[in-house]
Design a protein around this ligand. Structure first.
Ligand SMILES: [Zn+2]
Length: 65
């Protein structure tokens, strides 16, 4: 849905880095490089970004009111 505010495993705040990650990934930068630049060195936090699928827009279409 939306990126969790903190990493599920270690509790590091990560949500503020999402927009930056998304922008650079869309531009075609290597994901490894982006994650390194954002200072995400634990694999738990990195997995949060790599495995995230943004579905907010899709789910919002089904809002009933
Ligand atoms: Zn983490």
């Amino acid at each position: 849905m939306i990126i969790p505010i903190r990493c599920w495993s270690c509790g590091k705040p990560i949500a503020h880095l999402w927009e930056d990650f998304k922008e650079r990934a869309a531009k075609g930068d290597a994901k490894k490089k982006i994650l390194d630049d954002l200072g995400l060195d634990r694999y738990c936090c990195r997995s949060m970004f790599l495995g995230h699928v943004e579905l907010l827009e899709t789910a919002a279409e089904f809002k009933k009111y």
